[in-house]
Design a protein around this ligand. Structure first.
Ligand code: PLP
Length: 359
């Protein structure tokens, strides 16, 4: 520890670091813990990645991933210079923090939300201003008054799955002194999005990912959208080659296959209804979800951590957060119909046991 103290920045020594969800060996568990898509990615994307892994891999990729920017601009009706790509949307969050926050500046975000936000603030030596969500996860009015250089808002939010309307977010953007980054990692499972705000407000950035709706979490590909001035500044901060050749080619092919996306999103939304219904039947309270996961609060007679552990023993992995406001909940990713049937069946027996134990 003495040596570390000598060499490591104080802000790093003090911080905890981000704890990602568990990634066990393939096939070991029914994996409903990190909001991956249970369906395969577009066959066109798989083929494009395979080709990109051939002889041409000896060369560097396009530094700005122009092929993806052009393809995405076409689909989203934007200009390529309103798009920047990254190694997952986490990379774009890091780039935004480094672009807009000096050390000592404030970064504001609601709680509970994506726990990486506070970690990124710590790494940058920025001050986290944490504003609690109300019980119903509506927009906390205090978020507009923090004076932060950057405000981070996941919409739909994780881990609640809830959503704030674009109209309310536009009003928030208008009141903020600094930049507003809207993290739309789950937006393809929702009915609305905030893309239009990048043209209406000069301080708005939207981030998206191919990890969830496009079934490409392992590829690590995300992108951010804003006006060309903001994107130009973020370009200066990113690593020169922050996406790989297979990454760009896979992402282009996946994006061009919007029918594949729509089919899988439709299937997930159907299964989501069945999951929510099944959980409610077992006495769980589910917040309204606009994502590919559900935050379910355990009924009075059950202890969420025990339910998590019992599911684990049944080789079913969900997410448990030992944190205020979440420690009585489980976050469950929407899997295939078959996976959700097995989950609900296992939960049925576990909840009976819990009821007996806590009588
Ligand atoms: C709200 C939110 N934002 C961003 C991410 C990161 O996604 P990516 O895989 O694109 O880095 C996640 C991943 O779980 C998330 O939940």
């Amino acid at each position: 520890m003495g040596t570390q103290k000598k060499y490591v920045r104080n802000s790093i020594l003090r911080m905890e670091g981000y704890t990602p969800g568990l990634q066990p060996e393939d096939g070991e568990f029914i994996k409903l813990n990190t909001n991956e898509n249970p369906y395969a990615p577009s066959p066109q994307a798989v083929e494009a990645m395979r080709t990109a892994c051939g002889e041409s891999i000896r060369k560097y990729p396009q530094p700005l991933a122009d092929r993806f920017r052009t393809a995405a601009a076409e689909v989203l009706d934007l200009s390529p210079d309103e798009i920047i790509c990254g190694f997952g949307s986490d990379d774009l969050l890091t780039i935004a923090v480094r672009t807009f926050c000096d050390s000592g500046d404030s970064i504001a975000f609601p709680y509970p939300s994506y726990s990486l936000y506070g970690v990124l603030a710590d790494i940058q030596g920025a001050r986290s201003v944490v504003v609690n969500f109300p019980e119903d996860y509506s927009l906390p009015p205090e978020l507009a008054d923090t004076g932060a250089a950057l405000t981070l808002l996941a919409n739909p939010n994780a881990p609640s799955g809830t959503m704030i309307s674009p109209g309310e977010i536009k009003r928030l953007a208008g009141r903020l002194e600094g930049m507003l980054l809207i993290d739309e990692a789950y937006v393809d499972f929702a009915e609305e999005n905030c893309l239009g705000l990048i043209r209406e407000c000069d301080n708005v950035i939207v981030t998206r990912t191919l990890s969830k709706s496009y079934s490409l979490a392992g590829l690590r590909f995300g992108f951010a959208l804003s006006n060309s001035g903001v994107i130009g500044q973020m370009m200066k901060v990113k690593d020169s080659y922050n996406v790989s050749k297979p990454g760009v080619e896979g992402a282009v092919a996946a994006f061009e296959d919007q029918r594949w996306l729509e089919r899988n999103v439709g299937r997930i939304i159907n299964t989501r209804e069945k999951l929510v219904f099944g959980l409610q039947e077992l006495g769980f309270f589910c917040l309204p979800t606009h994502t590919n996961f559900v935050l379910a609060r355990a009924p009075e007679h059950a202890v969420a951590k025990n339910v998590f552990e019992a599911l684990w023993k049944n080789k079913i992995l969900v997410r448990y957060f030992d944190m205020p406001r979440l420690d009585d909940c489980l976050r469950i990713t929407v899997g295939t119909d078959g996976e959700i049937d097995l989950l609900l069946e296992a939960l049925g027996s576990i909840m009976k046991e819990e009821e007996l134990q806590n009588e």
